[in-house]
Structures are given as C-alpha cells and as structure tokens.
Design a protein around this ligand. Structure first.
Ligand SMILES: Cc1ncc(COP(=O)(O)O)c(C=O)c1O
Length: 428
C-alpha cells in the first residue's frame, strides 16, 4: 500500500444524519459574489454590538481579585448562581411578575452556550430514533437539523399569521394516536415570538390552546412543549404576549428558552432555559458530558450587564435600530413588489425576518432560475424550502426568508429592488 495513501475515517451513523450545509452554500455565494447584498444572513447588526458596554462589564467582573478569580475559574454545569439569580429576575419582569409569584426558583434555570445548545441538549435527552416532534411549517431550520441529527421523525403542523394552528395540531395528534404511535411523541416545538423564518407571533389564544393540547394528549407520558423565545425582546410594536410557559400552571409541561445573542452579543454565547424540575438533572448530565459548564467568564459578564442596567439601555437602542430596518424592508416590499401578482408577505412586529411568498409556480430554491437571477442581480435570500422539516418533495418551494438585520436601510432598499427585478424576470 502506498504509505502516503490516507486510510478512511469510519464515521458514526449519527454523523451522516447532519443536514446538508445550506448556510455554507450561502456563505460561499457571498464570498464568490462580493457585491451581493445578502438578505440571507441572519446575523445581528454589527453596528449594534456593544463594545463599550462589554468592556465596562468585563472591567467590573475583573475589578477585584476575588470577583475576577471567581469568573476565571471553572463554573458549574448548570451555570453561575449569580447569573441564574439575575435571569430569574429578568424572566419575572418579562412575564410581568415578581420572582416570588413565578412558581419556580433558580434551580430550574440553566445557563447554556447560546440557546442553540439547549435546543440540541433537549433533542439528545428526549429522542430515540423514530420518536416524533411536531413543528410548525415553516420552522427554524437549524432545529430541524437537530432533529434530523437524532433521527427523530417530524410532523409539520400548518401555521398562519397567528402561528401554529391548534386545530391542526390536535388533529395530527389524533391521527398519531389512531396509529398507536402516541408513545413516540415527545415534543411540540414552537418559536413563539417573531418566528425565524416567518416573523409571526403566536396569538395569545393559541398559546393557551397549544399548552392545553399538549396536556390533553399526555396520557401515559408528558408531551413537552419547547418554547423557543429567541426573539422575544426584539419587539417593535404590536401586542405584548405572555409566554406559552405562563399558561402552564403545572410548570411541568413547557421548556422555555431564550438568548442574549440577538439583543446583546452572539459572540458572548449566553442563552438560558427554564426547565420542568425533573428535566434539570438529565439535561445537566448531558451537558456535563459536553462541556461541564458554559464559559463562566461570559456568564459573569451577562450577569453584570443585567445587574447594572446596561443591558436594558442597550436593548432600547437595538430595538430602535431594527425597527428602522424592518420599516425600510416593508416600505421597499410595498414599493417594488406590490405590482407583482400573487406576491404576499408577513408584516412582523419584531425579530429580524420578513417571510415572502411568491405564486406557487415560482420556485425559489438554490437551483431555481430565480435564485440564479437574484445572485446575478447582486442579492441573496434564504430559499423557503430550507425552512421546513420533513422530506424535500413535501416542502413548499415558492417562499423566501428575507433578513433585515445586517444591511443598512439603504442596502435593504437596494437589495429589495434587485430582488423584485429578478422576480419580475421569472414571472414574465
Ligand atoms: C429561532 C432561533 N432559536 C435559537 C437560535 C439560536 O441562537 P443562539 O444560539 O445564538 O442563542 C436562533 C438563532 O438564529 C434562532 O433563530
């Protein structure tokens, strides 16, 4: 044998279950087309990143030998007690409650490496191959990848401008029960505020209904609801909604997760979860296997920004900036798309995305004439079909996720103009 020949690596079955790398493709397109305006990237606005605030918080954390050493040491798997205490207060204020009335304490909070880690830990802790998760269509595509990674089956539930449809959820569970498969249903996943990708917020009535349906079908085991509230604090207008979690009086049915990535800094990678008490141990055991605790220093940094009020002040600035960009994208949608037949879009009251639907005959995927024309025109978007779980042939393919996070209002306007030209060229 040629001594230079590489022997193959024998990968695990699980490693083959990772979904195709759509994000890598989009990034490559961005590199190959440097003048392209990306309405695809879901990154936060670089101009909002709180360099001064982070420096100030880091200085405070390192101000004394004692506080500095505490932050620079290993922490605990569940997360810093100081941070979890601040998180509990923060969560209570979002719920319009005080800590004492929440019905939980900090032992049910976990600090994670972004909220993404909690999504992944929940999948690994709950799913055996073939177990079932119900998700909205469309849904957060990275979570669909997490589910594929543990070989879970997904059942897509129709959603509209008020989010996942409870009647469709109930019906799906009824069908699953009729097929004697209810024991395989572990989780209902809901992005409850300004969904990625659809921008919609689940209405208050539906929040309660979804929790009630999870309870109703929890016969021999609990069907948990995973409430992903990643965009909760990026609200610009519209009604204020209580969480799905708040409709679960038992505090046992809903896993709640949130992040500081969108509102403060994704580089700090701090997210958190509120867990049913009996899930804390299994999730921490799993997390312990991975990292025995998220970056302790970063947790102290976030605790300091919450404690000092710096977070609140920063959030106001971030919201104002994104609201301007959201308005720029909606104005451009009106300006350039309203004369194209069959084009509709969702008006988001928060978050980072506008979800646009084209006539069903117009495909938006990477291989479609539209995507190629868009790149030629100098603009990129996320094809909607990437944002559905389940087999490719069952996914709608005429939608687009448009992000306004990164571009300036001028860039958004220009990008939307280029995209409309591309759409018009394939509609004709
Ligand atoms: C709906 C949703 N959930 C979770 C995440 C994970 O974010 P992070 O790990 O940075 O907290 C994202 C990131 O884009 C998201 O859009």
């Amino acid at each position: 044998m040629n001594s230079k020949m590489k022997l193959p690596i024998l990968y695990s079955q699980r490693s083959h279950q990772t979904r195709d790398l759509a994000i890598s493709f989009l990034m490559q397109q961005g590199v190959e087309n440097p003048n392209c305006i990306s309405l695809a990237a879901g990154l936060v606005d670089p101009m909002t990143l709180p360099v001064g605030d982070a420096l100030q918080a880091a200085s405070r954390v390192l101000e004394t030998e004692e506080s500095g050493r505490l932050a620079l040491q290993y922490g605990t798997t569940q997360g810093s007690a100081e941070l979890r205490e601040e998180l509990l207060k923060h969560f209570a204020s979002l719920e319009g409650s005080d800590v004492a009335s929440l019905g939980i304490d900090e032992t049910q909070l976990i600090a994670t490496t972004g909220s993404q880690q909690l999504l992944s830990l929940v999948c690994e802790t709950l799913f055996d191959p073939g177990d079932i998760c119900l998700v909205a269509g469309p849904t957060y595509f990275v979570f669909a990848g997490n589910l594929a990674g543990v070989d879970a089956r997904t059942v897509t539930i129709a959603a509209d401008d008020d989010g996942m449809q409870p009647a469709a959820l109930d019906h799906a569970l009824e069908q699953i029960a009729a097929m004697q498969e209810l024991h395989r249903v572990k989780l209902i996943y809901v992005v409850s505020y300004y969904d990625n990708p659809s921008g919609v917020c689940v209405s208050t009535e539906r929040r309660k209904e979804i929790v009630d349906i999870a309870k109703k079908w929890s016969r021999d085991h609990r069907i948990l609801v995973l409430e992903d509230a990643a965009y909760r604090e990026l609200q610009y207008d519209g009604p204020v909604h209580s969480s799905l979690w708040s409709f679960d009086d038992s505090r046992d049915q809903v896993i709640y997760t949130q992040t500081f990535s969108k509102t403060f800094s994704p580089g700090i990678r701090v997210g958190f979860g509120v867990l049913p008490s009996d899930l804390v141990g299994p999730i921490c055991d799993r997390k312990g296997n991975e990292d025995f605790g998220s970056a302790n220093f970063n947790q102290h940094l976030i605790a300091e920004t919450l404690r000092s009020g710096v977070y609140k002040t920063h959030l106001q600035k971030v919201r104002a900036g994104y609201q301007e960009k959201r308005d720029a994208m909606l104005a451009a949608a009106d300006r350039y798309f309203s004369d194209i037949d069959g084009v509709t879009w969702v008006t988001p009251h928060g978050g980072l995305y506008v979800w646009m639907s084209l006539p069903e005959s117009i495909a938006t995927g990477f291989e479609s004439p539209l995507f190629k024309q868009a790149v030629k025109n100098g603009v990129m978007y996320v094809p909607g079909e990437l944002c559905y779980a389940g087999p490719a042939e069952d996914r709608p393919s005429h939608q687009m996720r448009l992000s306004y996070g990164v571009q300036t209002p001028d860039g958004i306007n220009k990008g939307m103009e280029r995209l409309a030209e591309a759409v018009k060229s394939v509609v004709r």
